[in-house]
Ligand binder design. Structure first.
Ligand code: BGC
Length: 476
């Protein structure tokens, strides 16, 4: 990654792109009224510093026993105390629920250099997201069974790591109580229950495989573990995808909600921050806009996951759509007319933001494609510039807030060098996200603190297998 003034070279995904950070500076074709409408998304250095301060306070509250119950950033203990050594071996199954797809994986840790992963993504019927818990877990077990039979694994007693990417209060590596659903899920009868039991019961009900669920983990933890397998200095796992969250390695003595925090012989514990809930107590109002409030109201969990709703892929597209609809209503874009499609809630996918921002300045190839998918015809260049400007405002705020979160964690850990393992569609596919994150982190961190942002491959596969391996070892 090389940097020149204002121009960044980004070579993570395919062709090298020259990127200019406009950071809310208006391109000449964009109307001043549109600029005023997106102003709320532009957070300056002072506000970012304030976010870091407030988040630091909330993380400390989540960790401490006395304040944990009323803290919004819960800082759940993951019960994962061992980072990978690279010597873990064996065959494990993994389930991955909570991102854009549901997957079943078979992971064979053959050697440090040789990890075989076979996986299958299953179509996840949307109706399951709000149906009964039993229907959900029966579906997971059915997919697992199909996968096991296809690969001739039905008679093998394989340990399974369950990547379940929701706020879970873990009481052990294989016991986790769902605290709340996020990301549009609202299945009945699961909140307050041990999800490992629910999954295992569904597997056992079928009676056609010998799988044993040995561990439950958050996707951030899988991401950290997977990255640490190759980068021993990895201490933070971050997801910026459908949802957003981070975990990090804390000193066990600071993890007060872990029963053995004073006596454990192991010096560290991975903490699943659940930072998505930051701001649920109102402390983030100074970075929220009226559009954020509208998005919040139409979600199944209003008033919850405030930070996540400003950052993650599930909501970014809808934020852009709401701004655009407002501009159309005020006759500032598209000659005051839109299409049926764009009037539908959630029709503006967050991937459109990545597409639109991938166009080189002054070119509109991807933008035209998006507009045509949305059924919007006859756009002029100023409309396209305005659309890009709105996308940039929303994605930059996301990256800035994420940078604040990472800086908060690095400061809390009080370390001078760290590798951060990252996964999620926004980070992977947005053409500038990595550079924006890096740029703003550098501006916020104390001088001399070094960090590296690394795409973490297969957290929910290799990461889940590594946590399952820890669980199996602990039981021996
Ligand atoms: C969940 C987290 C998860 C994150 C990223 C959030 O909605 O609460 O547990 O890590 O999404 O998938």
């Amino acid at each position: 990654m090389r940097r020149t003034s204002g121009l960044f070279t980004h070579s993570l995904f395919g062709p090298v792109l020259k990127i200019f950070f406009r950071d809310g500076k208006m391109p000449s074709l964009v109307n001043t009224e549109i600029e005023a409408a997106v102003k709320g998304f532009l957070i300056d250095q002072e506000k970012m510093t304030e976010v870091v301060e407030r988040m630091t306070k909330e993380i400390k509250m989540g960790l401490a026993k006395d304040t944990h119950s009323r803290a919004v950033i819960k800082c759940f203990v993951s019960h994962v105390q061992d980072l990978p050594t690279g010597k873990e071996r064996g065959k494990y199954l993994a389930l991955d629920l909570g991102g854009s797809t549901f997957r079943v994986l078979l992971v064979n840790l053959l050697s440090e250099a040789d990890v075989e992963i076979v996986s299958k993504s299953f179509n996840f019927p949307v109706t399951l997201m709000s149906g009964s818990g039993k229907a959900l877990f029966d579906f997971l077990a059915e997919c697992l069974s199909e996968f096991c039979h296809y690969h001739g694994l039905e008679n093998e007693s394989l340990p399974l790591g369950f990547t379940f990417s929701f706020p879970v209060q873990q009481q052990g590596l294989s016991k986790g109580i769902l605290v709340a659903w996020t990301k549009g899920f609202s299945c009945e009868g699961v909140v307050g229950k041990n999800v490992v039991t629910l999954l295992q019961e569904a597997i056992d009900r079928r009676g056609d495989m010998k799988v044993n669920t040995v561990a439950i983990l958050n996707d951030t933890v899988g991401t950290l573990m997977s990255c640490a397998f190759y980068h021993p200095n990895c201490r933070i796992g971050l997801i910026v995808g459908t949802g957003s969250n981070a975990c990090y390695v804390e000193k066990t003595v600071n993890a007060e909600c872990f029963e053995g925090y004073q006596t454990s012989p192991k010096p560290s514990m991975i903490i699943n921050c659940e930072w998505g809930a930051f701001g649920d107590n109102g402390v983030l109002e100074f970075v929220r806009t009226t559009y954020d409030k509208i998005v919040d109201k139409v979600t199944p969990n209003p008033g919850k996951q405030t930070f996540e709703k400003c950052i993650s892929g599930m909501y970014m597209g809808e934020l852009v759509r709401l701004v655009v609809m407002d501009m159309v209503a005020r006759d500032l874009m598209f000659h005051g007319t839109s299409s049926q499609k764009i009037q539908e809630r959630w029709s503006f996918k967050s991937s459109y933001i990545s597409d639109i921002e991938s166009d080189a300045p002054g070119e509109y190839r991807s933008c035209n494609k998006v507009l045509s998918e949305l059924g919007i015809v006859g756009c002029q260049e100023p409309d396209k510039e305005a659309l890009r400007f709105i996308c940039e405002a929303v994605s930059s705020r996301s990256a800035k807030l994420c940078a604040c979160g990472l800086v908060t964690i690095i400061n809390k850990m009080n370390i001078n060098e760290v590798v951060i393992g990252i996964d999620g569609s926004v980070y992977r596919f947005h053409p500038k996200y990595h550079d924006l994150l890096q740029f703003h982190m550098k501006k916020l961190l104390k001088p001399g603190v070094k960090f590296e942002l690394v795409v973490s491959e297969d957290g929910s596969g290799r990461g889940a297998a590594l946590v399952a391996a820890t669980a199996v070892k602990a039981k021996l």
